[in-house]
Design a protein around this ligand. Structure first.
Ligand SMILES: [Fe+2]
Length: 470
């Protein structure tokens, strides 16, 4: 600390030295290290005859207390001691309030991060949040988030769920691949591979703790990067004692070293992100399972009718294209895909002689055929979280002019997803062989659909379909 004026409330000191001065019947001065007057009478300190005593802070000299003339040295010793104590206390208060401010900053940052992570993000977004925060806190030439490759989901699932598979030792070494890279070397960093059995990463992996290296050329563990590096910070992403990835940052933009306060803060953010990454992987696994199950169901439906083999999957693909063109969010596209895969699941309840009939269906048969959206919706509606999907399935045969079934809904009363599935369903039906006719070409199908567009389809959604089909 070179400026004691920053540490002491000058008014208090003025008052103090006035009182001391009056007691001693003289004037007192406070000078800083360079002999600039901080408090006291105006004086040419270079030429004046002053008796001085040093003011100390943790045994370092930070200034002087001085008085005119040579008398009263003992009194000045006593004053210097007292002032030194006051400076010491001011310094303690300053450091404590600095620490409180840093802790507050740290907490509010962590709170913000947890808030952002609480939204149930995907792995890439979480990695971007982490890399962004690192860049904000310590702008660096490069910041990358690496994750263990082929993230074996069973390693992340609690032991009681994955049973014996988890007990098996992880075979061989782990490779870390970059998931997100920021900074001027992002391109080069995004092509890097790191191993966890040697070098700096090996150390971090074994110790499960962050490290900083001030100069990699002096560290034997450094195995080379495809871009220029001098100082490095590596923070492991740990979940349940396993390293699932690492944050790697090189060279702060201001040329300074990575400080321990930086590391503490980044490590806190990294642990919050690591837990969210684990959750996101688990969620991906569950979603994957849900989709495989839905696909298996859709094959089961299509298998009942050789003519419609692969129909549900194709309808799902076309519906996804329309939804993406219409700007649906990724999450919404996923739910729509699920609904499209399952849209004809109610046909499980339709007799095969009706499904396979080559001639025209009689009224009773048509009635049974038209029940499949309702049966399908009923099958799905009891599954938690699929209630809305059951509604989309129920209405996939509605027509825009209200002439469809089962409810004769019109226009925008028909759920949006059902309106999309209706377009893809019609296109796939026209372009595949049916018991009663050969498949039409894509052009013929689109022309027929254009003719009936106004009656059957949502014009805006059909516009997206038409552009995709083109
Ligand atoms: Fe259908």
């Amino acid at each position: 600390v070179s400026r004691i004026s920053e540490l002491i409330a000058v008014d208090t000191v003025r008052k103090l030295i006035r009182e001391y001065g009056e007691g001693l019947n003289t004037d007192l001065l406070i000078l800083d290290k360079d002999r600039n007057v901080i408090a006291g009478f105006p004086v040419d300190v270079q030429n004046g005859e002053l008796t001085e005593r040093p003011l100390l802070l943790r045994e370092s000299m930070v200034g002087y207390v001085a008085m005119r003339g040579a008398a009263g040295g003992h009194a000045l010793d006593f004053i210097a001691q007292n002032l030194s104590r006051i400076i010491e206390m001011a310094y303690e208060i300053e450091s404590l309030s600095g620490e409180v401010a840093r802790n507050y900053e740290e907490l509010s940052l962590l709170w913000n991060i947890s808030f952002r992570l609480g939204a149930g993000l995907d792995v890439d977004t979480i990695c971007t949040v982490l890399a962004d925060e690192m860049m904000n806190l310590c702008p660096a030439h490069s910041v990358s988030i690496f994750l263990v490759s082929e993230m074996p989901s069973d390693r992340l699932i609690p032991a009681e769920l994955s049973g014996a598979r988890r007990a098996a030792p992880a075979s061989g070494k782990q490779i870390l691949l970059p998931r997100v890279s920021l900074g001027e070397y992002a391109n080069k960093a995004s092509m890097m591979t790191l191993k966890t059995d040697s070098g700096l990463l090996g150390y971090v992996h074994e110790k499960k703790e962050s490290i900083t290296v001030c100069d990699v050329s002096e560290d034997d563990r450094f195995e080379g990067f495809p871009y220029p590096v001098r100082s490095l910070l590596i923070v492991p992403l740990i979940v349940e004692d396993a390293m699932i990835g690492a944050l790697v940052a090189s060279d702060k933009l201001d040329g300074q070293e990575f400080y321990s306060t930086d590391i503490k803060l980044i490590s806190g953010i990294a642990s919050a992100c690591a837990v969210s990454i684990k959750k996101a992987f688990l969620f991906d696994d569950l979603r994957g399972m849900l989709f495989s199950t839905a696909e298996a169901f859709s094959f089961a439906i299509d298998a009942k009718d050789p003519y419609t083999y692969g129909h549900s999957k194709r309808v799902a693909e076309t519906s996804v294209s329309i939804a993406e063109a219409a700007g649906f969010s990724a999450e919404m596209v996923n739910w729509l895909k699920l609904a499209a895969l399952l849209h004809d699941i109610g046909k499980i309840g339709t007799p095969e002689n009706i499904l396979h009939k080559t001639g025209k269906l009689d009224d009773a048969e048509m009635c049974m055929m038209k029940e499949h959206p309702v049966i399908g919706a009923r099958m799905i509606q009891h599954i938690p979280r699929l209630k809305e999907i059951s509604l989309w399935i129920r209405h996939h045969h509605e027509k825009y002019d209200g002439s469809g079934y089962p409810s004769g809904l019109k226009g925008e009363d028909i759920p949006l997803v059902s309106r999309i599935i209706a377009i893809s369903d019609c296109f796939d039906a026209l372009t595949t062989d049916r018991p009663y006719r050969r498949a039409l070409s894509r052009e013929e199908a689109i022309n027929i659909m254009r003719e009936s567009e106004a009656k059957h389809f949502d014009p805006v959604l059909f516009g997206y379909f038409d552009r995709i089909a083109e």
